[in-house]
Design a protein around this ligand. Structure first.
Ligand code: 5AD
Ligand code: SF4
Length: 473
């Protein structure tokens, strides 16, 4: 039997979809990348913004024909939109067989059995999951890849006024540290070299449960042999502790990149968003991070056109972007989420103004990104090789490029063959020192350091050490 999963939205959904696929293998489902071959199609949905939600229903609309041709095809809708809409999905899209919420993953095989037995459609949007009760499934080496996400906590207790997450993903719940360590050890054994720990607000990791704190979790992960790089996302600025900041300097394997969403640069807007920090407090956090870890890449999220946002408020956002000098950012036009309080706020900003502000913000950041990338020209960066890159017509005859990322999460392309001297050809999972030669809008080009070796996975721990010293120097 063939399984096709379509994932919309964030990295957490990517992780959940991987876990679903691995668990359904035990039921005899093989993943296929051709929808037409599928016996089971699962749609993992996102409700964070209006657009993501619209995508779900247009995607389902396109499945109508397939279902008509093959009535035995099972169609399931999971994730945040499923949690938000529940049974209403069945009245809107009658051919859906299964609706499962954000905390039903452990029950999914049983739900599918029910549908297979002809007892569908079924709806399970119960929020009382057995999180952490089941060990995470580990992929086989051939499918594992080099970089993977690992969810360490789910849900959010922050209730930002624009955000649907606390309503559709529930209260903050952390996984027990040992289950996380076991999972990452399994991934390392399967060849994974980089893990990104995921949570809506990793800074509150373990607090409710009385587990270790997030900084200690990072340290425990850093002792896992074979894991060379650790990243995490997301940290809420109000909770970003000094202890976590110093971890950037202390832990060699922790990548020099922080994603610290600020959302807006005006105190009035921040207050109305219920973000619980001021612009100055945010800038102070940034100063401390940079003092602890010079050169660290900083990225953020922004919302433009939050209800009541004036031109002056928006200018303060642009000013904050200039002050921080981000390496990159994600920016979104505010959209009402029916379950979130801001949906009822007056003084809505018009679509035209939102569009204009988004354009201005992105144009400003484009220059920043280019400048920050340009700062790296002439430096040597250690690149974790992920795969073969796309061959560029201008480089015909030069060999295929390799693609990987720096510690600061910047994509670097390089051609191995043009480098002087001997050395083992790179492969996914190896580390290569690359001199950055050119900065493009969204990536860098470089040349492997003359005579350099690419570092084998077995030598990874030592190589990470030398990388950290280089950064410190
Ligand atoms: N409208 C627009 N953007 C939103 N985000 C969250 N909720 C909304 C909304 N209602 C953005 C925030 C958050 C990111 C994941 O999505 O910037 O950090
Ligand atoms: Fe949403 Fe705020 Fe929680 Fe982030 S911290 S998930 S924006 S409520």
């Amino acid at each position: 039997m063939n399984l096709y999963i379509h994932t919309i939205g964030c990295q957490m959904n990517v992780y959940d979809s991987e876990q679903i696929a691995l668990r359904l293998q035990a039921m005899g489902y093989q993943q296929t990348d051709r929808q037409g071959n599928a016996d089971l199609i699962l749609l993992n949905t996102c409700a964070i913004r209006d657009k993501a939600e619209q995508k779900v229903f247009s995607y389902l609309g396109r499945l109508a024909e397939l279902k008509a041709q093959k009535p035995s095809l099972i169609i399931g809708v999971g994730g945040c939109v499923a949690q938000q809409e529940g049974r209403k999905i069945l009245s809107r899209v009658p051919f859906v067989d299964l609706v499962f919420g954000t905390r039903s993953l452990d029950r999914l095989p049983a739900l599918i059995h029910t549908v297979q037995a002809g007892k569908g459609p079924v709806v399970d949007v119960d929020m009382t999951d057995t999180l952490g009760g089941l060990a995470a499934a580990i992929p086989e080496s051939a499918q594992a890849g080099i970089c993977r996400f690992v969810t360490v906590m789910r849900g959010c207790d922050n209730y930002c006024n624009y955000c649907v997450v606390p309503y559709v993903r529930g209260a903050e719940t952390s996984r027990a540290p040992q289950t996380i360590i076991d999972e990452i050890q399994g991934l390392a054994n399967a060849g994974v070299r980089e893990v990104t720990l995921l949570g809506q607000n990793v800074n509150s990791y373990g607090k409710k449960e009385g587990f270790c704190d997030f900084a200690e979790l990072l340290e425990r992960v850093s002792h896992i042999d074979g894991i060379c790089r650790i990243r995490f996302t997301t940290s809420h600025p109000k909770d970003l502790s000094d202890r976590l900041i110093t971890t950037f300097a202390d832990l060699e394997k922790l990548c020099h990149h922080i994603h610290l969403p600020v959302q807006a640069g005006s105190d009035t807007v921040l207050r109305r968003m219920n973000r619980k920090y001021t612009r100055d407090a945010y800038l102070e956090r940034i100063r401390r991070i940079r003092a602890a870890c010079p050169g660290i890449a900083v990225t953020s999220d922004f919302i433009v056109g939050f209800p009541g946002e004036t031109d002056d408020d928006f200018q303060q956002t642009l000013d904050l972007i200039r002050t921080v000098g981000y390496d990159g950012l994600f920016a979104f036009k505010y959209s009402d989420r029916p379950l979130a309080p801001a949906a009822k706020f007056p003084e809505k900003v018009s679509e035209a103004v939102k569009k204009d502000r988004l354009g201005q913000l992105l144009a400003l950041q484009e220059k920043n990104t280019f400048r920050r990338n340009g700062d790296l020209v002439g430096t040597v960066q250690t690149v974790l090789v992920e795969r073969r890159g796309r061959r560029l017509p201008a480089l015909e005859g030069e060999g295929d490029p390799w693609t990987g990322r720096t510690s600061g999460n910047k994509v670097v392309n390089f051609i191995w063959d043009v480098r002087g001297g001997a050395g083992t050809e790179p492969a996914p999972g190896r580390l290569v020192d690359v001199t950055i030669q050119r900065a493009l809008a969204h990536s860098l080009w470089g040349m492997p350091v003359t005579g350099t070796e690419s570092t084998a996975p077995g030598e990874v721990d030592a190589a990470c050490g030398s990388f950290a010293q280089k950064m410190a120097g």
